[in-house]
Design a protein around this ligand. Sequence first.
Ligand SMILES: C[S@@+](CC[C@H](N)C(=O)[O-])C[C@H]1O[C@@H](n2cnc3c(N)ncnc32)[C@H](O)[C@@H]1O
Length: 242
Amino acid sequence: MSKWMYNEFKHCGVDYSDENQAEKYDSLHLTFRNYEKEFGDMLDFLALPNTQEMTLIDLGCGTGASAFFAAKKFKEVFAVDVSEAMIVQAQKKAAFGNVNNLYFHIGGFLSYRHYAQAADVIITKHALHHLPDFWKQIALFRINKMLKLNGSLYVCDVVFNLASNNYKDKIDKWIDGFDKFAGKKLRSEVETHIRDEYSTFDWILEGMFARAGFEIDKKRSSDGFVTEYSCKKSKEIEYQDE
Ligand SMILES: C[S@@+](CC[C@H](N)C(=O)[O-])C[C@H]1O[C@@H](n2cnc3c(N)ncnc32)[C@H](O)[C@@H]1O
């Protein structure tokens, strides 16, 4: 591997490789998230009613918030994450729920190799911002190669839609909101996110989708920061890993 290759296993911001962090992830997130409802809303947003014969890849699956429910709806699910500690939590859930069509891989956007047939659907939730922009584009090139033509790509992440003169107030107001519904721990994680992780502008991310052969079908955001994209792979691109 080239010396200049990004090391995606070295976590920026919140350290998800830490076992403690992984063990506490669900108890923190379940104070303000309902994973099952989120997954149902995702399928509605992607307009995917019949998924029983489809395969899905979840990149940055974490503790299996989406992958666990995806396994109940899809034929096969490949759950990928750079953190072994997060995967261990997801595996416990799968074992407890008697799920046997969920395959776990320790790897990431830049290193996971999908040896099975190209997938029908690829999802990634709150994970792509762990890569700096150049590497996000490489990740999207790689996603193109793992997905069937006309397959669906779902991306949910914090993206910035901000003018130069109002970014401070908007970010402060958004972060203040977290105290009310999820407490100080989440507030501190969101501050870390803005300061140390690599969320980007919407216009940059949307340009990257286009360059990686994706068309955006739908975009929605409830708070102006967390943004969901439903994309279709509209063309094959030329790309090969080194
Ligand atoms: C905020 S958690 C989101 C987990 C899950 N998708 C969810 O919705 O709860 C971010 C996850 O992305 C993973 N991650 C960070 N960098 C990654 C990379 N380059 N490739 C794949 N996963 C990555 C982290 O280990 C962590 O599990």
